[in-house]
Design a protein around this ligand. Structure first.
Ligand code: KG4
Ligand code: ZN
Length: 346
């Protein structure tokens, strides 16, 4: 956890330190004020929560407390800076688990007070939304954004930083939740998305005709609960001890989710008359989704920005980047700013 890459030349006050603790990952990152990620670390709790088949909030919160301070020290060390070189501190203030959010925000506020620097409360979904613009893909510009995570699936029209218009969201399960729930039915470990991704690589995506819920065809809303039910009904007929059967089910489930996501994104871009799409969130790691997006967007003449795989799942780099965008536009948050488990993006 304490790797060292010290570069003394980067020692200036032009840095922002951000913390992310909305769910079960504790993360810290340092960004330069030009938006370049200098250091980022994630202390994963996935092994701890796997034994329960999902995240246990109390356990997550206690582990955030254990990890947060060593992580701050580690990223400062990685970036080759000290607290004196930080111009502002940020943390995710929602949406997420209250007991988890409180750890990161309390730490960031405490650092801000101790150093006499501003604090910024950042929306976790804005972190995901802007992450495709990291790594030299900036500046942030108008686009249609698809955010696909474990808790959310939404299409957003981005006018500028902080100017977002919700175009559609899921009516029931999020895409990541659908991956996770189906994986659980198939006896795969939590989190199920990466497991399905791996197994799907050797399967036939046309083996099972699982439903694609397009709703009324022109709708930008999503629904994944029918897919879950279809897999549940199919399960008694399946011999999941057969490797090929399991791979075929995974490939077919993935194909159903991917097709809906890709088609709705293209529809949203057409409706909004935008030729740039930005895709982010844990599910955007999925190799099937990335390949399908590349192919379809190329055919449609839509530019595609995909978050780097390491920045798709929860991390603090994306929170630092979003905070830098806001800080550069003169935004800061009051220290009284509370956490909000249901914080809306738009
Ligand atoms: O964005 P994220 O890390 O956390 C939330 O904010 O929810 O997303 C986690 C979700 C989980 O549902 C996980 O199964 C899914 O992202 N996920 C994937 C893949 N990697 C993570 N889903 C499909 N394929 C993947 N490779
Ligand atoms: Zn997330």
């Amino acid at each position: 956890m304490f790797g060292k890459t010290v570069n003394r030349e980067l020692r200036t006050k032009n840095h922002l330190l951000a913390l992310e603790s909305s769910c079960d990952e504790t993360a810290a990152a340092v960004c330069s004020l030009d938006g370049t990620l200098r250091a980022g670390r994630v202390a994963s709790q996935v092994e701890i929560h796997r034994q329960y088949g999902g995240v246990v909030p109390e356990v997550a919160s206690r582990n955030h407390i254990l990890h947060v301070r060593p992580l701050v020290e580690a990223v400062l060390n990685d970036a080759g800076i000290t607290l004196r070189d930080v111009a502002a501190f940020a943390a995710t203030s929602g949406p997420g688990l209250v007991s988890s959010l409180l750890i990161g925000t309390s730490m960031a506020k405490a650092l801000a007070v101790a150093e006499g620097k501003p604090f910024l409360a950042i929306n976790h979904m804005e972190g995901h939304l802007l992450s495709p613009f990291m790594g030299g893909n900036g500046p942030v510009r108008p686009c249609v954004a698809l955010i696909v995570s474990g808790g959310h699936t939404m299409l957003v029209r981005v006018h500028d930083v902080g100017r977002y218009e919700l175009l559609g969201r899921t009516r029931d399960d999020a895409a990541g939740e659908a991956f996770d729930k189906v994986a659980k039915m198939l006896g795969l470990p939590y989190p199920g998305g990466p497991e399905i991704d791996k197994l799907a690589a050797n399967g036939d995506p046309a083996a099972f005709a699982f439903p694609r819920s397009f709703l009324d065809g022109r709708s930008l809303e999503f629904s994944f609960s029918g897919l879950k039910t279809a897999v549940l009904y199919e399960r008694p007929r399946l011999d999941l001890t057969r490797e090929q059967t399991l791979a075929d089910v995974c490939a077919s489930v993935q194909a159903a989710i991917v097709e809906v996501l890709v088609e709705k994104l293209v529809l949203a871009a057409r409706k909004a008359r935008l030729d740039l799409a930005a895709v982010s969130g844990g599910v955007s790691c999925n190799r099937g989704l990335r390949a399908a997006l590349q192919a379809r967007c190329t055919r449609e003449g839509i530019g595609l920005l995909l978050a780097e795989p390491a920045l798709c799942t929860d991390n603090a780099g994306m929170i630092a980047f979003a905070a830098v965008q806001r800080f550069q536009r003169g935004h800061t948050s009051p220290l009284e700013a509370d956490v909000d488990p249901n914080l809306p993006l738009a």
